[in-house]
Design a protein around this ligand. Structure first.
Ligand SMILES: N[C@@H](CCC(=O)N[C@@H](CS)C(=O)NCC(=O)O)C(=O)O
Ligand code: FES
Length: 107
């Protein structure tokens, strides 16, 4: 990954407490896995930003290297990679996602 791309990702993470790299947009997810994380965050009613990696092949590859995670979607809370669709569903069902998000938004 180029230093420029890493800096772009660092900046996005600094500026958005809850950030989702996904396929498509919040209003039009282009994959069921991306749709899952959008629906969970909508259900929690928290503010979040999404980035459409389908519009940016370099970012699509780069974000996988950044997180060392091979798939999309990728959810970051407070600058930390949290997981994809499976992990978000699991954390939500355990009530742990709500807690994580509350801590992040209060900071
Ligand atoms: N088990 C994954 C499902 C996500 C997944 O399998 N994503 C695939 C298909 S959308 C992917 O990102 N493939 C690589 C790519 O499309 O760049 C999760 O929990 O997030
Ligand atoms: S785009 Fe086919 S599984 Fe996500």
């Amino acid at each position: 990954m180029t230093p420029e791309l890493k800096e772009r990702i660092d900046n996005l993470l600094q500026q958005n407490k809850i950030l989702v790299f996904m396929k498509g947009s919040k209003l039009m997810p282009m994959c069921g896995f991306s749709n899952n994380v959008v629906q969970i965050l909508n259900t929690l009613g928290v503010p979040f930003t999404t980035v459409d990696i389908l519009e940016d092949p370099e970012l699509r590859q780069g974000i996988k290297e950044y997180s060392n995670w091979p798939t999309i979607p990728q959810v970051y809370i407070d600058g930390q990679f949290v997981g994809g669709s499976d992990i978000m569903i699991e954390l939500y069902q355990k009530g742990e996602l709500q807690q994580k998000v509350e801590v992040a938004l209060a900071s």
